[in-house]
Design a protein. Structure first.
Length: 116
């Protein structure tokens, strides 16, 4: 069973920054593109950013210019650097494979709250 362990969330003021981390098993990590997703209460989970095995990133429009996704293959970890955070970025953030493979479990996520 694949496991994802997200960390790095917290409370930050508008305009602030956070760096999220997600660790997973080596074999799964190396073989797949990875994505960061987010979900708020009553909302569907949405893709924020993805990165291929070849380190090519892609971003949702809401993340372009503010977020950076990158991965460290030696540490089996994918990161999401978030700058200029806005209140509408408040959500629980998850990492997983990209695209999602049906039946793959989700981690507990990490809460990001942007508020003054």
């Amino acid at each position: 069973q694949v496991q994802f362990v997200e960390s790095g969330g917290g409370l930050v003021q508008p305009g602030g920054s956070l760096r999220l981390s997600c660790a997973t098993s080596g074999r799964i990590f190396i073989m797949n593109a990875m994505g960061w997703y987010r979900q708020g209460p009553g909302k569907q989970r949405e893709l924020v950013a993805s990165i291929t095995r070849g380190l090519n990133p892609n971003y949702a429009d809401s993340a372009k210019g503010r977020f950076t996704i990158y991965r460290d293959n030696a540490k089996n970890t994918v990161y999401l650097e978030m700058n200029n955070l806005k209140p509408e970025d408040t959500d629980v953030y998850y990492c997983n494979l990209f695209p999602i493979i049906r039946g793959t479990s989700w981690g507990q996520g990490t809460q990001v709250t942007v508020s003054s």
